[in-house]
Ligand binder design. Structure first.
Ligand code: FPP
Length: 243
């Protein structure tokens, strides 16, 4: 797809501002082919690249991928190592996105990641910080509960230091202390592979998100599947608690 290609799904389709994607089904994709799980992650990473470009062409402004959860460390070491290697490789490739004017951000607890990875993450964020065609957010060692706990600790510290009164704590303050800071709430969460759970993904930010599930495994997910998800979203009637 050319760098600045635009795709229109029709003038009646309203495109969500922020899409969250739970990249699920890589392991099953590989198993179906008699391959080790890491091959599924490798294919999944290719899908990530293609879908990011497609999302930009659709005019989606923010796309967040759940790449590695705080619980994923429980997987066998060779699988975790393979996923971390893919991050390193793709962080170099993510520089291609920079050329496409895409801002890259990472959310999650970085302290458990390798120093090399942390360094690369910081440099990609710095180099892309002024770009505005789309924001690509990668959730790595991310957990929604962990994120809220982290925000609570920051505010508790401010109370302890006498800078904040407990009764003055607002939802807005909590939001500003999440990893997502200035990233808007999620409008649409897409989960492929047939699972219908949030799995600790952006539990605060997805409070009013619409969900889209499909049985397609993530490595098989195509731009046309993203189109279907956006069209389904557009047909929903979002009431945000109203009538
Ligand atoms: C879930 O599928 C997938 C993961 C835990 C890892 C996702 C990682 C990638 C796609 C690799 C690289 C990503 C980037 C952004 C470069 P699963 O293993 O739980 O699949 P299963 O449910 O079929 O076992």
């Amino acid at each position: 797809m050319a760098n600045n290609e635009k795709i229109s799904l029709g003038e009646n389709v309203s495109v969500p501002v922020h899409v969250g994607v739970i990249m699920d089904g890589n392991g099953r994709w590989a198993k179906k082919r008699g391959l080790p799980r890491k091959f599924g992650h490798r294919e999944g990473a290719k899908t990530f690249r293609a879908i990011t470009r497609h999302a930009k062409a659709l005019g989606i402004q923010y796309i967040t991928y759940y790449a590695f959860s705080t619980e994923n460390w429980k997987r066998p070491k060779d699988e975790v190592d393979a996923i971390m290697d893919l991050f390193e490789k793709y962080l170099d490739e993510v520089r291609d996105f920079i050329e496409e004017n895409i801002r890259v951000r990472f959310i999650g607890d970085r302290t458990r990641l390798s120093e090399n990875l942390q360094r690369k993450m910081a440099s990609v964020e710095e180099d892309s910080k002024d770009f505005d065609s789309m924001t690509l957010v990668l959730a790595i060692n991310y957990g929604g509960r962990d994120e809220i706990c982290h925000a609570a600790k920051t505010l508790a510290q401010q109370v302890k230091e006498g800078k904040l009164e407990p009764e003055d704590i607002t939802m807005d303050m909590i939001e500003r202390n999440l990893y997502t800071e200035e990233i808007p709430p999620v409008d649409l969460v897409i989960r492929p592979s047939g699972e219908q759970r949030l799995s600790n993904f952006m539990i605060w930010q997805a409070a009013y998100a619409e969900f889209y599930y499909t049985n397609i495994l993530w490595p098989d997910f195509k731009g046309s599947d993203l189109d279907k998800a956006v069209i389904a979203y557009s047909e929903r009637n979002r009431r945000f608690g109203g009538v």
